[in-house]
Design a binder for this molecule. Sequence first.
Ligand SMILES: C[S@@+](CC[C@H](N)C(=O)[O-])C[C@H]1O[C@@H](n2cnc3c(N)ncnc32)[C@H](O)[C@@H]1O
Length: 280
Amino acid sequence: MNYRHAFHAGNFADVFKHAILLALLDALTGKDKPLCYFDTHAGRGAYRLDEAEALKTGEWRKGIGRLFDAAQTPEPLQRYVAAIRACNPDGELRVYPGSPLLAAQALRAGDRLVLCEMQPDEAAALRGQFRGDRRVHVHHRDGYAALNALLPPAEKRGLVLIDPPFEAQEAEFATIEAALAKAQARWPNGVYAVWYPIKSHRTVAPFHRRMANGPFEEVLVAELLVHPDDSPLRLNGCGLLIANPPWKLDATLARLLPALRDALAQSADASVNLRWLRDK
Ligand SMILES: C[S@@+](CC[C@H](N)C(=O)[O-])C[C@H]1O[C@@H](n2cnc3c(N)ncnc32)[C@H](O)[C@@H]1O
């Protein structure tokens, strides 16, 4: 496990993932009942953009950097940018929140967060980040195994975010599919969001085909390409596959995605795509 998210925090893929994560959580917290947020690959919870890792790649400059200081924020992105500003109260962009911190901010007193992280230093930092927050349970363990052990949650409603580093490249899809099949059997009503990288569409199409014929009756896919997907050597874009999406999430994403494309494009051929792989 060599991956460290600190090199990539706040890049275009994080902006895409986290803007949609907030849309998902806002939709779910529209109902009064408590929910459980499950993050299988949580990371350390928050990242310094003024420290060595982030400075080395500078990836955040083509991500949150484009939005944080903009004179005007497009309406669909205002919720997300406000959440990042809340982590930088003096107005200087120094901290980029990870999915656990964004979720903790979006969730309510009666909700619960289950955060899994396998890398020891990252897990320790994550624990430190949430010390004193009784809603948060940090597990230093494999997130896929934890899903199998801990689902369904007592709350019976909520969201699972699966955001692996894809060090196994395309083989990661098979691991995800196996984990989703078991999770669906234990908790059919959970909402599941899976982040994946796009280098070339050819590598993603088999995953989509299998999920279109998999255990979930409703599967929505949102994708962003900052470059055309014609080079297998670079990260051209990314996607989020959402099984059992909340009601009307598709309409929210239809407004959000073009704003993300306009903000994050790295070439004239940048594009977004929203489609049902399967719909009841
Ligand atoms: C892409 S990062 C997560 C970023 C985070 N979800 C966010 O949005 O801020 C992936 C994380 O998964 C961790 N990891 C890798 N394999 C894991 C596994 N099998 N179970 C749990 N965590 C794992 C890595 O150490 C890394 O911190």
